[in-house]
Every structure is written in C-alpha cells, then in structure tokens.
Write a protein that binds this ligand. Structure first.
Ligand SMILES: Nc1ncnc2c1ncn2[C@@H]1O[C@H](COP(=O)(O)OP(=O)(O)OP(=O)(O)O)[C@@H](O)[C@H]1O
Length: 248
C-alpha cells in the first residue's frame, strides 16, 4: 500500500498565529485515520490544506504524489465542517448536483443510503434539522468512489443511534485502497473504526500511531489517552460558588 497523503514541514500562518508548525506526517492508502486534537489545534486547517482551500506558507502537502489541484480534487471527497449548499435546494437537487459534478459519484449508493436514513428526496434542505442536513451531506460525500475522504467532524451533530449507522456507512463505502481522514471530538464513539490516530497539539503532531499499538503499549483506549495528553489542569480555572469563572 502506497503513501496517499504526505506532509513535510507543513506550515500555515494566519497573521502572526501559526496554525500548523512544521508538520511531518504520512497516511497510507487503505487506512481510516482519526485526526484528533483540542479546539484550535489545527485539524480543520490541515484538512483545508489537503483539499486545496488553503495554501501552505511553508513545507509541502502532497496527495497521491501531487500538490492539491485539479487532479487531487478529482480523487478527494471532502466533507466540510460547515454546510455549503443553498437552503432552497431539495435533497434530490443535491443528489443531482453531485451526480453532475463528480464522475465517480455512485447514484445507487446515495439513494440507498438516503432511503435507509429515511430522508426523502423531495424534502427541502431548509426544512431539515441540523443533524439530518449533516446526514445528507455525508451520504453524498461517501457516495463518491474517491481515493481519499476528508471528513471534518462527520458525526458532530447527529444523534448516537445515527452515529453508528454513519460509522458503518463510512466503513462499507470506501474501497480497500482508499483512505479516510476524519477529525472529531467524539473519540469514544469513533475509535472502534479507526486504524490510526494523529494527535495534533497547538499545530504540531505529538503522536501518530496505529490504534492497536496504543491499546497494547498504553493499555488504554484512545479516548483515555487523549484525555490524559490534553487534560486541562484543574487550577487553570477558578469557579466561584455560583459556577462562574472567578477572578484570578
Ligand atoms: N481564517 C482564519 N483566520 C485566522 N485564524 C484562523 C483562521 N482559521 C483558523 N485560524 C486559527 O488557526 C488555529 C487552528 O484552527 P483550526 O480551525 O484549524 O483548529 P481545529 O483544531 O479545527 O479546531 P476545532 O476543534 O475548534 O474545530 C486556531 O488558533 C484558529 O483560531
């Protein structure tokens, strides 16, 4: 299995803030990888760089050997952290848009998934709940036969029962030589499907390991390890008796 995503010295700045600092990492094809880290650690920035929505300020990022561009967009299926469609559209319009846009779109897969999720094609996006909109988007993104799926918080807004369906959807809808990179805060829910994890802290990779190795070496779950590495010291905040943050 070859390397599908490779970052070398990857750096991204927003003004004076360094969102990513000299990131080196590689992801092989055939893996489901969790991109994990606290708020502001650089997960979305990395995903946007991989998708060509941002340009690096230093270092490089390559997908299937190429810098993000026309070719990589044809093999990457991207679920953004925010909605990007017009509210007036019906679900069926969205399906049609994906079918027209992407030659690798599998119409039957999309229709089957939406049916299982009990989402009708005639529904207007604006009439759907936030979680249902997310399900529609994920169903469409996973219906492409891509080489790399970049999913930014794919289960953030959906209820626990639907999360399992979505995880199974992710597992069953990518081919063996494809990879999935997903960011999430819901580690306990998702770690059972992950092959590897990448921990990001303040724009740097602090750990990249297969999940099995973490369980073997650390004798704990990824969720427990994450909580340990990223624990916020109790003394960092003082709370007064009314539950408000106290003055320090
Ligand atoms: N467009 C922007 N302009 C300025 N700063 C930005 C911009 N996008 C991201 N940042 C900053 O870059 C850093 C990394 O942000 P990013 O959104 O990648 O983090 P994240 O790990 O995805 O966070 P979260 O878990 O909260 O979604 C943060 O400090 C953020 O404030």
């Amino acid at each position: 299995m070859g390397v599908l995503l490779e970052c070398s010295g990857l750096t991204k700045r927003f003004g004076k803030r360094e969102a990513l600092k000299q990131v080196d990492l590689s992801v092989e094809s055939g893996k489901i990888v969790g991109l994990l880290g606290p708020n502001g650690s650089g997960k979305t920035t990395l995903i946007k760089l991989a998708n060509g929505l941002l340009r690096p300020d230093g270092g490089s990022i390559r997908i299937d050997g190429q810098e993000p561009g026309v070719y990589t967009k044809s093999i990457v299926s991207y679920l953004p952290d925010r909605m990007y469609f017009a509210d007036w559209m019906r679900v069926s319009d969205m399906v049609r848009m994906f079918r027209d846009f992407y030659t690798d779109f599998r119409l039957e897969t999309a229709e089957d998934m939406l049916e299982r999720l009990e989402i009708s094609g005639s529904e207007r996006m604006k009439s759907l709940s936030k979680g249902t909109k997310e399900k529609v988007q994920l169903a469409l993104v996973m219906s492409r036969k891509a080489k790399l799926y970049l999913l930014d918080e794919p289960i953030g807004g959906v209820d626990p029962a639907a999360r399992d369906f979505i995880l199974r959807t992710i597992l069953t809808n990518y081919s063996e030589d494809a990879s999935v990179i997903l960011s999430t805060h819901l580690i306990a829910d998702i770690e059972k499907v992950l092959d590897e994890v990448i921990f990001l802290k303040e724009g740097q990779v602090v750990r990249q390991d297969p999940v099995d190795r973490i369980r073997e070496q650390e004798k704990k779950s990824v969720d427990a390890l994450f909580r340990e590495i990223f624990a916020v010291p109790m003394g960092a905040m003082d709370w007064d008796t009314h539950g408000r943050e106290g003055e320090r």
